[in-house]
Design a protein around this ligand. Structure first.
Ligand code: EPZ
Length: 423
């Protein structure tokens, strides 16, 4: 298996440009199934997950053209199949996002059960609750390992849905199903992430009538047909946070461009609490870890606008290096401390009790062989490797390459000593 070799690197310095957001582009691509018009999407990051979503759309009848680097044109004249293939769905949990569009456009969707992953069971009960509220019949074929959703004879009918948890994926799936439903749908306790707003903007450009995205109540007035759309994906706030932490942990000076500071407010606030100097521009940030001594803080992950769970593990890697004791509470996923054992193997001193981790700071990290247990844990180990003595070998890096475009190149351009060793 391929691996990264990360060597102790000095302070990272220079400029980095943030790519389009993985967690925005995947729902946008799924939403392209809703129209027979042209969907031109710009700032599409070159990621494995994007390639998988392309394969899924093509298997359902979409034509996809790369107009230029990072620009896709998706056209789905008609949906030729309403069944997603197991081997594709199995590669990426986000495939569940095609369920709403397939139901809305063709009245039927068959999706293999999306498996869980290392960070949690990842149930889809809220997705199914929302789709059935719109009149879909849900047939859970446990033995055969797939779920079928079938719209009623009049198609989907708008209704009000309360989400027990502000699930990002469930909010996206229900919103996409509702845009072509008869009547109006309200999603209460909806997720408020920027990726939800980006999807609503994309759908409204197609002719949908969505109001309230970004708040906890979203109103969707069904329309009969959607048209063409041209849209640029929002920058990736999690990649932004990752490079902010890279500047902090290495005591460097990094200029982050094509960012949306508003989307990373919790990360700015927490790093400033630690003593990192952060200058904020309209679409850029300058992060200075080289000016003042850095000290501990406490973080608790929450749905947006709270502290993002996807930055929890990279932030924990950083906290192992600052002076003092920190605590990290993970409230979004039930098993998102898999990186703790790997960081402790490098010499960190982290104890966990349930969903709370206590980090004794100022650890002298030592390079060794560690394993990426999920996308963001892999990024956390790279950050730790940059400041650990000697050399850190990170395996299972396919996780990382799912979600960070030009990961090695961007870090190396800032002065990181990191290489990828193929099999
Ligand atoms: C999205 O996952 C992101 N993925 C995740 O990013 C991110 O961590 C997560 O939102 C939270 O911000 C994409 O957008 C592709 P959820 P999603 O539904 O939609 C429970 C990354 O690293 N839940 O908001 O799956 C669930 O078990 C990935 O880029 C239910 O109980 O997240 C979890 O505990 C990791 N029932 C919590 O809600 C449901 O039907 C949050 O899940 C759905 C979810």
């Amino acid at each position: 298996m391929a691996k990264y070799i990360v060597k102790h690197s000095g302070p990272l310095n220079g400029e980095v440009v943030i790519s389009g957001a993985k967690n925005a582009v995947l729902p946008l691509m799924a939403a392209a199934l809703l129209t027979d018009g042209d969907c031109v999407i710009k700032d599409v990051p070159a990621l494995r997950d994007v390639s998988v979503m392309k394969e899924i759309l093509i298997s359902l009848g979409s034509e996809i053209e790369s107009l230029e680097e990072n620009v896709l044109k998706i056209k789905t004249e008609d949906i030729l199949s309403t069944e997603a293939q197991f081997e594709l769905v199995n590669k990426m949990r986000a495939s569940i996002l095609i369920m709403g569009p397939l139901l809305a456009r063709k009245g039927r969707a068959i999706i293999p059960h999306p498996g869980g992953c290392t960070i949690g069971k990842r149930p889809i009960d809220l997705h199914l609750k929302g789709l059935s509220a719109l009149g879909a019949e849900i047939i859970d074929c446990e033995e055969e390992g797939y779920i079928e959703a079938v719209a009623g004879p009049q198609g989907l009918i708008g209704d009000s849905i309360y989400l027990d948890f502000p699930s990002v994926g469930a909010t996206e799936n229900i919103m996409m199903a509702a845009v072509l439903a008869t009547g109006t749908t309200h999603i209460e306790n909806a997720a408020e992430e920027p990726e939800i707003v980006d999807l609503a903007n994309f759908l409204n450009k197609m002719g949908a009538k969505i109001k309230g995205a970004g708040t906890d109540t979203i109103r969707i007035e069904g329309v009969s047909k959607l048209g063409d759309v041209r849209h640029t994906v929002i920058p990736d706030r999690i990649e932004t946070g990752t490079f902010m932490l890279a500047a902090a942990i290495t005591k460097g000076n990094v200029h982050i461009m094509n960012a949306v500071p508003d989307h990373v407010k919790p990360i700015i606030a927490k790093l400033r609490e630690c003593g990192v100097i952060i200058e904020v521009g309209d679409d850029e940030l300058i992060v200075r870890g080289d000016l003042d001594p850095q000290t501990a803080t406490d973080i608790k992950t929450l749905p947006y606008p709270g502290f993002p769970t996807d930055i929890q593990s990279p932030f924990m890697a950083y906290l192992t290096t600052v002076e003092g004791f920190s605590t990290v509470v993970e409230t979004v996923f039930e098993n998102r401390f898999m990186h703790v054992s790997q960081l402790n193997k490098m010499g960190a001193s982290i104890e966990t009790a349930g969903n709370k981790a206590t980090i004794r700071g100022h650890s002298k990290l030592r390079g060794c062989q560690v394993m990426a247990t999920d996308l963001r844990a892999g990024a956390a180990l790279v950050l730790a490797g940059l400041v650990a003595e000697g050399e850190t070998e990170i395996t299972e890096i396919y996780h990382v390459e799912r979600g960070y475009e030009k990961f090695i190149e961007k870090f190396a351009s800032l002065g990181a000593d990191i290489v990828k060793i193929e099999d």
